[in-house]
Design a protein around this ligand. Structure first.
Ligand SMILES: *[C@@H]1O[C@H](CO)[C@@H](O)[C@H](O)[C@H]1NC(C)=O
Ligand SMILES: *[C@@H]1O[C@H](CO)[C@@H](O)[C@H](O)[C@H]1NC(C)=O
Ligand SMILES: *[C@@H]1O[C@H](CO)[C@@H](O)[C@H](O)[C@H]1NC(C)=O
Length: 355
């Protein structure tokens, strides 16, 4: 739709011509204790954020999928939740190496990524975040976590993980819209479930709320790293308008921007740890968000589904005993990780195509 892009360009030119207004600052609890970026941890969590995209529920549930090998080997799945109505997917399990419960959210899968990105330009700050005056967020991102089958499934699985493994920390991750949901989940766990040790690493996450929300978020979930990559367009959206400090979307800290330097055969990746503002002008914001390809690969790991364009789930009879389906067709796979699970791939795959 060419007219949409013209309108956008006109709006941007208008706004940037006034962008000398002083910016609203995000309040950080303790400026000297910004979250520490841990490359090793980010490399591990990006593999969870990648695996959660897969549509073969048996391979995911038994942790035998192609993306379940490398740094996530030995993961004990506790719960795999598929909200068929909204085309969402998340899992909860225990990572022995990290001594932590890991929660991963899938990004958008239903429509083409281009359409989804175009829509991001127009997302309004349209609801108040409960319990925090002035904190506004985008309703769609908020309700994808709060108003679907994901939240109850996750909260109960986190409780079960505690019963089994003790009071371990919780690490929440996700890519793209999955990163937005990871942030809402981490906030929920901290505020409403009394979790004291929650860490978050997101990849290519869009903005989800205004400045007041970003301040609130970073005080409640200070251990958050928001990884961005090169010209990935999604972290630039919905747009940041410094001319409207009260109304604009604003990222929470702390960004880590991955970018390449060098020429031809000699290219290496810099991992720039950004300031505590959430909107460090020398990080991702120093370049134009022009790339969808940069959105789909982080640390060399492919994020996104194998095939775009359909909301597909693959189920087979071998996991039927672990499965419950509600009246709307949403599926939850649940297991007690202290017992063994059949790790055999059935020959008769029962493929369900949806949408
Ligand atoms: C980084 O994370 C890894 C994996 O959790 C951990 O083993 C390591 O101790 C951490 N490093 C620091 C400096 O915290
Ligand atoms: C939650 O979802 C239901 C059904 O989709 C909808 O009718 C309701 O308005 C939603 N509530 C909120 C707060 O988003
Ligand atoms: C795992 O974390 C818990 C809670 O912090 C701690 O009590 C326990 O000793 C840790 N286990 C290992 C093997 O480090």
């Amino acid at each position: 739709m060419p007219c949409k892009w013209w309108l956008k360009a006109a709006i941007l030119i208008f706004l940037f011509s006034f962008s000398t207004v002083r910016e609203l600052k995000v309040k950080v609890k303790d400026k000297d204790h910004l979250p520490v970026y841990n490359h090793t941890l980010a490399r591990i969590l990006v593999e969870y954020a990648s695996a959660v995209y897969l549509s073969d529920t048996t391979e995911l549930f038994t942790w035998t999928c192609t993306r379940c090998n490398g740094l996530t080997k030995g993961f004990e799945m506790i719960e795999l939740i598929i909200d068929v109505t909204q085309c969402l997917q998340a899992f909860v399990g225990f990572a022995k190496d990290l001594n932590a419960t890991v929660i991963a959210f899938r990004g958008t899968q239903g429509n083409s990524i281009q359409n989804w990105v175009e829509d991001l330009y127009w997302k309004q700050l349209d609801i108040n975040y409960p319990g925090m005056d002035d904190a506004m967020v985008h309703h769609g991102f908020y309700s994808a976590y709060h108003n679907t089958t994901l939240r109850p499934g996750i909260l109960s699985a986190v409780e079960r993980a505690k019963e089994l493994y003790g009071d371990i920390k919780v690490m929440v991750t996700g890519h793209s819209m999955g990163g937005a949901m990871a942030a809402f989940c981490a906030l929920d766990l901290s505020v409403n479930a009394g979790e004291r040790d929650v860490e978050v690493v997101t990849f290519g996450q869009p903005r989800i709320g205004n400045t007041a929300f970003a301040s609130y978020y970073s005080q409640v979930v200070p251990n958050t790293i928001r990884v961005t990559h090169e010209h990935d367009i999604v972290p630039h959206l919905p747009p940041y308008y410094s001319y409207f400090p009260q109304k604009t979307y604003h990222h929470f800290p702390r960004e880590v921007w991955l970018y390449n330097i060098g020429f031809e055969n000699l290219v290496f990746t810099v991992e720039k740890v950004c300031d505590g503002s959430g909107e460090d002008p020398t990080c991702s914001r120093s370049v134009a968000g022009t790339s969808i390809l940069d959105h789909l690969v982080y640390y060399g790991v492919r994020l996104g589904c194998e095939e775009q364009g359909s909301c597909r789930i693959v189920m087979d009879p071998s996991t039927a005993a672990y499965r419950t389906v509600d009246v709307e067709g949403n599926v939850v796979f649940s297991r007690d990780p202290s017992t063994n699970i059949l790790r055999r791939k059935s020959e008769s795959n029962n493929v369900a195509e949806l949408m």
